[in-house]
Design a protein around this ligand. Structure first.
Ligand SMILES: [Zn+2]
Length: 724
């Protein structure tokens, strides 16, 4: 029988993927697993829910000693360095973990060993003897990465036991030609070794029932789809131990030199983090992992789906713990037309953004919110999406600043100018249709945002908040309190003047209540903005309680408010250009193999990565609506002297005639243009070409032969008809 979808859980346990402590993390990670989790948690906290938000550094696995070799230091030094750096990055971007723990802590080692022992004692693990490469010089079994040789596919001598750095082929050490140990340079030998395995196949029925039936509708389609592919592909047993000296010792006698495989110990890190949080806060951690009324949600990127939806849930089930209620995994974020890549240095690290924007004089919380805003607005919730610097600037300016910031600023300025800096009265007797619609919008938006957040549609939730601000602007535009005030200032009948002031009062009263609502609603997304708004309204944090959303009496009549502060500073074009140049300058170009020592060198992987087909960043409807498009009829046309590509056209727009210069001379003759209908962009700034001012632009499409084809209405319409 399907389990009930939890609508009102007793408590929440929210996790963000444990970042691997071998390097700094970029904004793709931030967009995938941290910002959405933080929004969700802040929303739950505003609802006074019992919620714990855990994360920490993942500090085991082969890549740590490899990174240590590269940097010429010890594994411990590597994890200490990156643990601290990542912790600081998250704190600087206001990711509000209740605890940021680490898997090298003794508490975690103990927790992971206990976990293994419980499963092993219950007979849930299998042991198998296999042959593995062994370096006799250093007396160690070699992880795949520690073996290099010649690639059987491309012949490069820069192939590792797991992958060829040149052609990108996935390999096993057995496939390498002339394998050698990277530790000693000696040829490794095959030696027998015993390992413990988790037989995933035994749990296929559980997975099918739990994911493919119970959660087929409430989990993201991309997540269910990936799980189904894994399950249908056949679930193999997976080794949970390996021969390595960096990690958590296998708690079995005679298992010297063996540690828990990092994929096994890392997710247990969520549990040990919860334990540490409970110790620090004098709480009991057990209900968070063992009580069925706890809602567990894992926030991750799509590369982690199999671990969080298949392997870890099996481990949890065997251990007697709860399984996740949801795993809203995100797709990937690309950067300026290409995949983010650490090896090619095509990335934007959180630290770089923090240094260039947040820590600057002109930065701080508003620039934290700027990044949180854009990464949520373009969140790769259902498909890969793309970060572009221009897109960042445009979204910030046209949505956050021009719509949200502008509304709040206008409201405060007018309230100071027309209402003595105090919250004016609401005169219920003269409420008109526009007032009533606005009140309904305020009351209704709460539900919209809430249901978006409950279903992990963060992008949509944020859109609803901005949309409310947009409605506020439209309302003010209709009410025009400044014009009413002018009439008032002109003097005249006292009764009329009193009526006019009442109108102004109502408008600003409602705009102020809307502003207070915006603070409550935007708080989970942009906490710094909400805080600044509280300061302007001179109210306490408690106003941000979610229960206040949708109320129109948040600010008391007669209460005096502060002068407005700029919520969002301008982002200059030069700042954007600088970032684009920096990104391009840092790109490490693909190189061909040169036989250099592979371990520890700075050669990037040269696996050919396909460049994405460039597409422009997503825009909102308002961006599109800025264009004025009209149908027009061409009334005259001639060639432009000394320009073989240009035609000069005269077009009839119904109410006016305009001159347009268009680069279609090689595709259309002047004679055939006359009488044709075209689509014109009429609000484009005029531009001079060959001395002629062009007062618009004609739309064309390019066919496969490179010939331009005019865009025109299917049937003739009246000149000047709107195109939308
Ligand atoms: Zn190769």
């Amino acid at each position: 029988m399907p389990r009930k979808i939890m609508t009102d859980p007793k408590r929440y346990l929210i996790t963000s993927a444990l970042p691997y402590a071998n390097g700094l993390k970029h904004i793709g990670h931030l967009a995938g697993a941290y910002i959405p989790a933080d929004i969700y948690v802040r929303y739950l906290r505003a609802q006074k829910r019992d919620v714990v938000f855990v994360c920490g550094s993942d500090e085991h696995g082969t890549a740590i000693p490899i990174q240590a070799m590269k940097e010429g230091t010890t594994p411990q030094a590597i994890i200490d360095k990156y643990h601290e750096a990542m912790k600081e990055d998250f704190a600087d971007l206001d990711i509000s973990f209740d605890i940021y723990h680490r898997t090298s802590s003794p508490l975690h080692h103990e927790t992971a060993q206990e976990f293994f022992t419980k499963l092993n004692d219950a007979g849930e693990l299998e042991t198998k003897e296999t042959e593995q490469f062994f370096d006799e010089a250093t007396k160690t079994f070699l992880a795949d990465r520690y073996i290099k040789g010649t690639c059987p596919n491309c012949g490069s001598d820069r192939a590792f036991g797991d992958q060829c750095e040149n052609c990108g082929t996935t390999l096993s050490p057995d496939e390498l030609i002339n394998p050698v140990s990277t530790l000693s340079g000696e040829t490794p030998v095959k030696k027998k070794t015993t390992h413990w395995y988790l037989p995933l196949g035994k749990h296929e029925d559980f997975l099918r029932e739990w994911i493919l039936k119970e959660h087929k509708d409430d989990w993201r389609g991309t997540v269910v789809g990936q799980c189904k592919a894994w399950i249908d592909g056949g679930l193999q047993s997976r080794a949970v131990t390996r021969d390595l000296d960096w990690g958590i010792k296998v708690p079995v006698q005679g298992a010297d030199g063996k540690v828990l495989y990092v994929w096994f110990d890392a997710p247990i890190g969520y549990i040990s983090a919860t334990k540490q949080w409970a110790i620090d806060n004098k709480k009991d951690w057990k209900p968070y992992w063992q009580d069925k009324e706890t809602k567990l949600v894992h926030f991750i990127g799509k590369d982690n789906i199999v671990f969080h939806c298949i392997i870890f849930p099996i481990m949890l089930k065997l251990h007697g713990d709860i399984v996740p209620a949801n795993v809203p995994a995100n797709e990937f974020l690309n950067l300026e037309g290409d995949k983010m890549s650490t090896s090619r240095n095509w990335k934007l690290e959180m630290r770089d953004y923090i240094n260039d924007f947040v820590k600057k004089e002109n930065g701080g919380g508003q620039m934290v919110d700027a990044l949180r805003y854009y990464l949520t607005a373009i969140a790769p919730e259902t498909k890969d999406s793309e970060f572009t610097w221009k897109g960042f600037q445009t979204a910030y300016r046209s949505e956050l600043s021009d719509i949200f910031g502008n509304f709040v600023n206008r409201t405060f300025v007018l309230m100071h100018k027309l209402c003595n800096g105090k919250v004016p009265k609401l005169h219920e007797d003269i409420l008109d249709e526009n007032d009533k619609i606005l009140i309904a919008d305020i009351e209704g938006t709460k539900g919209e945002v809430q249901s978006a957040l409950e279903y992990y549609h963060f992008k949509d939730g944020l859109f609803q908040v901005i949309d409310l601000a947009r409605k506020g602007n439209q309302y003010m535009q209709k009410k025009e309190p400044w014009i009413v005030a002018k009439a008032l200032a002109a003097g005249g009948d006292e009764a009329i003047a009193a009526q006019a002031q009442k109108k102004i009062d109502n408008c600003l009263h409602l705009c102020l209540q809307l502003t207070a609502n915006l603070a409550v609603l935007v708080n989970p997304f942009l906490p710094n903005t909400a805080k600044k708004m509280l300061h302007m309204m001179k109210v306490v944090d408690k106003m941000l309680d979610w229960e206040n959303a949708g109320k129109i009496k948040l600010l008391s009549v007669g209460y005096s408010l502060r002068e407005p502060e700029l919520l969002f500073r301008k982002i200059e074009d030069s700042e954007i250009t600088e970032q684009i140049e920096k990104l391009k300058a840092g790109l490490i170009k693909e190189t061909t193999g040169n036989g250099q020592q592979a371990t520890g060198n700075k050669q990037p992987t040269a696996a050919p990565e396909k460049t994405n087909v460039m597409s422009k960043p997503e825009i909102v409807y308002e961006d599109f609506a800025k264009l004025e498009l009209k149908a027009a009829t061409v009334t005259a046309c001639e060639k432009v002297a000394k320009a073989d590509k240009l035609l000069k056209l005269e077009v009839d727009l119904g109410t006016e005639k305009r001159t347009i210069v268009s680069g279609i001379a090689q595709h259309y003759s002047p004679e055939e243009m006359v009488g044709k209908q075209v689509v014109v962009v009429t609000n484009l700034a005029p531009r001079k070409m060959k001395g002629i001012e062009s007062q618009g632009m004609i739309l064309t499409a390019e066919d496969s032969d490179g010939k331009l084809q005019l865009l025109k209405p299917e049937n003739v319409v009246a000149p000047g008809s709107n195109v939308s």
